[in-house]
Design a protein around this ligand. Structure first.
Ligand SMILES: O=P(O)(O)OC[C@H](O)CO
Length: 413
């Protein structure tokens, strides 16, 4: 049999589920054996994959978070576009099978899939219904607007909760998705989809307003900054925070490890902003295939990808994890089975994504976006700690982030 190496960043219930899919694939046929290896966080896995490629021993498949998309796409000679690979293997992957928001995120300007959609998420608003009851809040009426989040935060704290509200992935949720949800540009050039000349717009009034709002909440003790990436998940899962914005893909670990009744609703917005709420954008990761592998490997990878995106697997992965169903058939199967009616809140992520996107809400495609997030989050930490004003912090993020965008533009021209 042909061996296929697959480096990924899924841990906890997600890693268990991923291993089980790989086992099922390996047992379903005898020509290929996929070896799944956990390589740390998304950033660590991406760096490990790129370093291995440079050293001449890249894995066959690498899971890369959505913000690494532009970097991978422009890494000419390092990757093979998946649609092209599947066509050459005689087993074409059809981009039309995927949900529009998912396919367009991972497609070339010519509309061809460059990477394989797998775990697509979007941020949702989670809340602890038991804590709501304790604070005299109606668990059937979660906050809809940011103003209501701040008010609920006060009540939760007054009822003795250690933390009102926290968020994971600060840059993804509070800047990238915040912009799309309010239909405001994140950068020029259609958030980077229009060209390499895109420059950050996150020091505009809407973002300054939001950062100031969160800094004021932090000062009032109703918002607790919990760190970057998914580190803050623990604050909510442990029951310390009553409200949390996080990835839809965190659902599995909240249900497994949280000891309270979970509520899920749409992201808050500012009610006076025209056009809000628009739609959220996808996060999570997709699967990239490295160049210079044998035809047998590409045939096997194609077969594995077809297996992953089969209606049954796509529906099961969605239902078991909280990631969105990446294919239309996976979604239909889930709906028909009555899953959404039986599991209230699980359709929120799909609904948030389900809109005709605007140039501000299709997604964000920028080189060095993982590094730009680091810069933004450094400045957000200063803002939330009250060390700099929202405007000064965001001006700094724009200045330093744009330096990277200029560097990327020069490097690929
Ligand atoms: O936790 P995930 O997998 O939904 O990913 C969240 C962010 O999109 C990562 O960049």
């Amino acid at each position: 049999a042909t061996d296929i190496s697959f480096w990924h960043a899924m841990q906890g219930p997600l890693g268990d589920r991923l291993n089980s899919i790989v086992d099922q694939f390996n047992k379903s046929q005898s020509d290929y054996v996929v070896h799944a290896v956990y390589k740390g966080t998304y950033a660590e896995a991406m760096n490990a994959g790129i370093a291995a490629f440079r050293g001449g021993n890249a894995p066959d498949i690498l899971q890369v978070f959505e913000v690494g998309t532009a970097t991978m796409m422009y890494a000419k000679g390092a990757i093979v576009p998946v649609q092209e690979m599947s066509e050459k293997a005689g087993n074409p992957i059809n981009p039309k099978d995927f949900l529009g928001a998912v396919a367009s995120y991972y497609s070339s300007p010519a509309g061809k899939l460059v990477s394989m959609p797998f775990n697509s998420s979007t941020p949702v608003f989670y809340y602890n219904k038991d804590a709501f009851k304790k604070a005299g809040l109606d668990p059937q009426k979660p906050p809809k607007t940011w103003k209501e989040v701040a008010e609920a935060g006060k009540k939760l704290r007054a009822a003795g909760l250690e933390c009102g509200y926290t968020t994971s992935w600060p840059a993804w949720i509070q800047l990238e998705n915040f912009g799309a949800w309010h239909n405001k540009p994140y950068t020029t050039e259609d958030n980077g989809f229009g060209g390499l000349g895109a420059r950050l717009e996150i020091n505009k009034p809407i973002y300054v307003r939001h950062m100031k709002f969160l800094a004021d909440m932090a000062k009032a003790g109703t918002f607790t900054y919990g760190g970057r990436g998914d580190t803050p998940n623990a604050l909510f899962i442990s029951g310390k925070c009553g409200m949390f914005t996080g990835s839809s893909g965190t659902r599995a670990s909240i249900l497994k490890n949280g000891n309270f009744s979970l509520g899920t609703t749409t992201l808050p917005y500012y009610a006076d902003v025209k056009g809000a709420p628009q739609n959220t954008i996808i996060g999570g990761a997709s699967l990239w295939v490295f160049a210079k592998k044998s035809p047998a490997v590409y045939k096997g990878v194609t077969k594995f990808f077809k297996f992953l995106s089969s209606p049954e697997q796509a529906a099961a992965w969605h239902q078991d994890t909280g990631y969105v169903p990446i294919t239309k058939a996976g979604y239909d199967l889930t709906k028909k089975s009555g899953y959404y009616d039986k599991n209230p809140g699980t359709e929120i992520a799909v609904n948030e994504l389900n809109a005709t996107t605007t140039k501000n809400s299709r997604g964000v495609r920028l080189g060095y976006l993982p590094q730009i997030r680091d810069i933004e989050e450094g400045d957000m930490e200063q803002i939330f700690a009250g060390k700099v004003t929202a405007q000064a912090g965001l001006d700094n993020a724009v200045k330093r982030g744009n330096e990277l965008l200029v560097r990327f533009e020069k490097s690929v021209k």
